[in-house]
Write a protein that binds this ligand. Structure first.
Ligand SMILES: C[S@@+](CC[C@H](N)C(=O)[O-])C[C@H]1O[C@@H](n2cnc3c(N)ncnc32)[C@H](O)[C@@H]1O
Length: 305
């Protein structure tokens, strides 16, 4: 199993996502002889997981069942152990596209944090690209390296434990793109520019506060970056449900269509309802509450030197 290549069969050492429901999943490392407790009972790794196909339905000891899924960057983002704030799929999707990442891209990132974005970058740039990720917190850098090894992507990534604002990314003139998720991105723009290819490339900086964005934009302008733009990505998931809508009763009118005609005109089922007439229809409703502000994404282009 690897996060950048699909395998059919679960093996010892693989990471598997145990799917109990859309709101309830857990990542586990498969080890022969080990057991995992779930609310549906125990899963025995040797008999229930090793040798089974990814995606199969596994019955637990209390008779309930779970799906055992192949890990993906998307599933990892919603299941990973948090060591920091992380980026979620809505922002990640935009970052990947707007940085123009593709197989073979060379990318710089700082900080690594919990590695949420890193896994998506790695899947996009595999099999020939490389990610240079810089994290100044020693344990976070160490943990990220360990996870990249366990997820069989360590050949695609170099983790450096240093301060990106002081020491940069450790590479010169080879990056196609740079991504910053640190408190003072404006202090890393000089290093970002020198890491990027002479022919140019794309940069993105994620910041929760507009004051950080302003300082970053000023630094980008000072360093000759072009096409500077800041955006915020908000997700509205619409809920599809069946509702009963009352038909307005305007009273009888000679020669006009009756209510059943009205209902059939709009292609709906007519439901007599204690004197009133209503229609049952499927409708999509926007969310009453939605996840709020995460941060601003500032994109810029470094022109050819
Ligand atoms: C919000 S987290 C990054 C989360 C990451 N984007 C993810 O999706 O998991 C910010 C990280 O940047 C690191 N950091 C902050 N300033 C830094 C600097 N100057 N150099 C290197 N790392 C830094 C912090 O230690 C922290 O782990």
């Amino acid at each position: 199993m690897s996060f950048v290549e699909y395998s059919e069969i679960i093996q010892e050492g693989d990471v598997v996502i145990i799917f109990l429901g859309h709101e309830s999943m857990m990542p586990i490392k498969v080890q022969s002889g080990a057991q995992t407790q779930t609310r549906y009972g125990v899963i025995r790794h040797s008999s229930d997981l090793i040798g089974q196909r990814f995606g199969s339905k596994v019955t637990c000891s209390k008779g309930g069942w779970v799906y055992v899924l192949h890990p993906t960057p998307e599933l990892w983002t919603v299941n990973l152990p948090h060591r920091t704030q992380i980026l979620y799929t809505t922002d990640i999707a935009n970052i990947t596209l707007m940085l123009e990442l593709k197989p073979g891209s060379v990318v710089c990132e700082s900080g690594t944090g919990s590695g949420s974005l890193s896994h998506s970058i790695l899947r996009t740039i595999a099999p020939t690209g490389h990610l240079h990720t810089v994290e100044f917190h020693a344990q976070r850098a160490e943990k990220a390296m360990q996870e990249f090894k366990e997820h069989k992507v360590s050949h695609l990534v170099t983790v450096r434990n240093q301060d990106v604002c002081k020491d940069g990314f450790g590479i010169t003139a080879i990056a196609d793109a740079v991504f910053l998720d640190i408190p003072s991105p404006w202090e890393a723009i000089t290093h970002a520019k020198s890491a990027m290819k002479r022919k140019g490339g794309r940069l993105c900086s994620f910041s929760p506060c507009i004051e950080q964005v302003q300082r970053t934009c000023e630094a980008l302008l000072d360093h000759g970056f072009e096409e500077i733009c800041t955006l915020e990505v908000l997700l509205r998931v619409h809920d599809v449900r069946t509702v009963s809508l009352p038909l307005p009763d305007f009273g009888p009118e000679e020669g006009s269509a009756d209510s059943s005609q009205m209902a059939s005109d709009v292609g709906q089922e007519e439901v007599p309802n204690t004197g009133n007439t209503s229609v049952i229809c499927r409708t999509a409703t926007p969310p009453r509450e939605m996840a709020g502000h995460t941060g601003y994404l500032t994109f810029a282009t470094k022109p050819r030197d």
